[in-house]
Write a protein that binds this ligand. Structure first.
Ligand SMILES: Cc1cc2nc3c(=O)[nH]c(=O)nc-3n(C[C@H](O)[C@H](O)[C@H](O)COP(=O)(O)OP(=O)(O)OC[C@H]3O[C@@H](n4cnc5c(N)ncnc54)[C@H](O)[C@@H]3O)c2cc1C
Length: 303
């Protein structure tokens, strides 16, 4: 491993200051949980000159409900997501996604922010957040900006982050808080395996017409980045909820995916998985919507 200078940030503002000081003249890397970065550093021919450690920035470790929606700090770990009463109640799909990431040790250290910034197409937290139309906040020397998560990813391992910018929070907008959502991952093993395909589906229900409202489908590992499935979403919008409609949406979603063949699976097998997992993810969201309606809880679209 190449040697580098190391700075520990006290909080997110300090991290931004450190990035501003060093990013113009040196190759700078942020370290959060280190589960991705340390593996990269061991094998990188051109490692960073400076590493900024943000793991002590407690202001990035909160899960709170704000005026804007559910706000998850970038340093929240996958284990914290699984243990958050707020997330367990409102977004069990996020808990399911976190639970599929690596093993206990990886989930204890690995952060939501690190998972998104690594930006591998098979990442497990991306699809659910995309299906919930999450927004991310980015902090830099010039201030803070917010962008939809769908615009944050550029390609494999590429995001819109500039070298002096920090991802600070992930927000699920208020209008989607409690939206019935379901996540599914298919890997070569049940644990410690990257997704061959992962899918999340969300929709509100028009209970009078028994129809899909604002359906959102997000697919992982079938394109250079996590993508939405616009044709399948358009097919479902306003349509009566039936098993046939969900199966057909799965077939339509295949047309939205652009999988490649690699050593883990062929493109053809991945297309088959898209159809099956999309249908099952829709069924899962439908089951959750019905349960919530019976419980008299959040089955309706928020104002
Ligand atoms: C054994 C093992 C199994 C794994 N299994 C899975 C799996 O099943 N599914 C899955 O999705 N992932 C998996 N991962 C990947 C990894 O654990 C996750 O992506 C993790 O969430 C990364 O978070 P981190 O805090 O460790 O990131 P780090 O390693 O600290 O950082 C990762 C990258 O993000 C940048 N970064 C981190 N935080 C920020 C921030 N706030 N702002 C700007 N840049 C930032 C870093 O500079 C670096 O480039 C696995 C990893 C290991 C080692």
């Amino acid at each position: 491993m190449k040697s580098f200078e190391f700075f520990a940030a006290k909080d997110s503002n300090h991290a931004v200051t450190l990035l501003a000081q060093h990013a113009a003249n040196a190759k700078v890397k942020i370290i959060a949980g280190g589960t991705d970065l340390l593996a990269d550093l061991k094998f990188a021919a051109h490692g960073p000159d400076v590493v900024v450690d943000i793991s002590r920035a407690d202001d990035l470790k909160n899960i709170t409900m704000t005026e804007q929606g559910l706000n998850i700090g970038a340093l929240v770990t996958h284990t914290q997501i699984m243990r958050s009463p707020l997330i367990c109640q409102l977004f069990p799909a996020l808990v399911d996604a976190a639970h599929t990431i690596g093993a206990v040790q990886t989930r204890n250290l690995g952060t939501l922010g690190g998972n998104l910034v690594t930006a591998v197409p098979s990442m497990d937290s991306g699809p659910t957040l995309m299906a919930l139309e999450a927004i991310v906040t980015i902090a830099g020397n010039g201030g803070r900006r917010q962008v939809p998560l769908s615009e944050f990813f550029v390609g494999p391992r590429k995001t819109i982050l500039k070298p002096d910018e920090l991802l600070t929070e992930i927000i699920i907008p208020k209008q989607n808080v409690g939206k019935p959502t379901h996540f599914l991952k298919f890997g070569l093993r049940k644990g410690q395996a990257l997704a061959l395909v992962n899918v999340a589906a969300s929709f509100w229900v028009d209970w009078e017409k028994n129809a899909f409202l604002a359906p959102r489908i997000a697919l992982g590992a079938v394109a250079p980045k996590v993508i939405r499935a616009p044709q399948a979403e358009a097919y479902l919008e306003g349509r009566t909820i039936t098993p046939e409609a969900m199966a057909e949406a799965g077939r339509v979603a295949v047309g939205d995916a652009k999988p490649i063949s690699d050593f883990r699976a062929s493109a053809e097998y991945r297309r088959h998985l898209v159809a099956v997992l999309t249908k099952r993810a829709l069924e899962g969201a439908w089951a959750l919507a019905q349960t919530r309606r019976l419980e008299g809880s959040n089955g309706k679209r928020n104002a």
